[in-house]
Design a protein around this ligand. Structure first.
Ligand code: MN
Ligand code: MN
Length: 295
């Protein structure tokens, strides 16, 4: 990591932090998710960053990966998770918070539990600590009464233009014992009153480029080239392409997915259809210090 990389990491974090404040102010009950998503993404650009992925606005038992389509009519309600990412030249800040939009005690407990687990993890993370030690603390912080962590969702290492690098920061003691090196990490406790697991639901409209392999159609090739130039290996969504290239690009996305150029993410659904809360921050870990970049 170069000194200029650190500046970019901190800048992305600062923009994420500012955007989070803004998002909290505009994400109100009854506001269209489409409007919230577009305003958040516009704010990131206004502050000098780029979205590292489409804003996720997942409600109730949708744990993650819901981003509005270009014609989405859903209004904000229930237990809303706002997960946003910023990058500056590929250096990412990934952060999330949850809102109770129906004045519900259970929602509030779930949110508080995810936030306090993140707090405890923030105090635990340091250079050399084993990843499962953090998971153990998160699990202990969450598990009480009917609230449990979601065991198959986890935090992750982050690298340049790589939202999920190899290492996992689990929300349970997964027994891995991998010591943390210097680098960037996201910690994201998910809490639920459901089964404590997620499964893959419907298509999300969020994609990631996985192969530049040849595609016969000239039109599809041009769209793929656009994706590579604009988003590199970071996630993007059908809504973005619809805005930049028009309605025809929606069909091309299907072609590119079928040809193996794109991977489409599924919605992540809570297995017992419990409600889900999430809190997330990004941490820069060196052998001297830990900086919460997105706080
Ligand atoms: Mn996130
Ligand atoms: Mn994350």
């Amino acid at each position: 990591m170069e000194p200029t990389d650190k500046e970019k990491i901190l800048k992305a974090g600062k923009i994420a932090s500012e955007t989070k404040k803004y998002a909290k102010a505009i994400a109100k009950k009854g506001v269209p998710l489409l409007e919230i998503a577009e305003k958040i993404e516009a704010k990131i650009e206004e502050l000098g960053g780029k979205p590292a992925f489409p804003v996720n606005l997942s409600i109730n038992d949708i744990a993650a990966h819901y981003t509005p389509a270009h014609d989405d009519k859903t209004l904000a309600n229930g237990l809303l998770k706002v997960d946003l990412g910023v990058h500056v030249d590929g250096w990412i800040a990934d952060t999330a918070f949850s809102l109770d939009l129906e004045n519900n005690e259970e929602n509030k407990r779930l949110i508080l539990s995810s936030e306090s687990a993140l707090q405890i993890a923030s105090k635990t993370i340091k250079f050399g600590i084993k990843n499962n030690e953090i998971g153990k603390r998160v699990e202990e912080a969450i598990s009480s009464g009917e609230i449990s962590p979601i065991i198959n969702l986890s935090g992750h290492g982050i690298d340049k233009y790589e939202l999920h690098s190899g290492i996992t920061i689990p929300n349970i003691d997964n027994g891995q014992e991998i010591p943390l090196k210097e680098g960037l990490y996201a910690i994201e406790p998910f809490t639920t009153n459901g089964a404590g697991k997620v499964y893959d639901g419907k298509d999300s409209g969020i994609y990631e480029m996985v192969s530049e392999r040849n595609i016969r159609s000239q039109g599809a090739r041009e769209v793929l080239d656009f994706i590579i130039k604009e988003y590199s290996t970071l996630p993007f969504c059908s809504r973005w392409l619809h805005k930049k290239l028009g309605a025809k690009s929606l069909l091309v996305l299907k072609q590119l997915e079928a040809n193996g150029n794109l991977h489409q993410f599924a919605l992540l659904m809570e297995a017992g259809h419990g409600k889900v809360a999430q809190a997330e921050n990004t941490f820069l870990v060196t052998n001297k210090e830990v900086i919460v970049t997105s706080e």
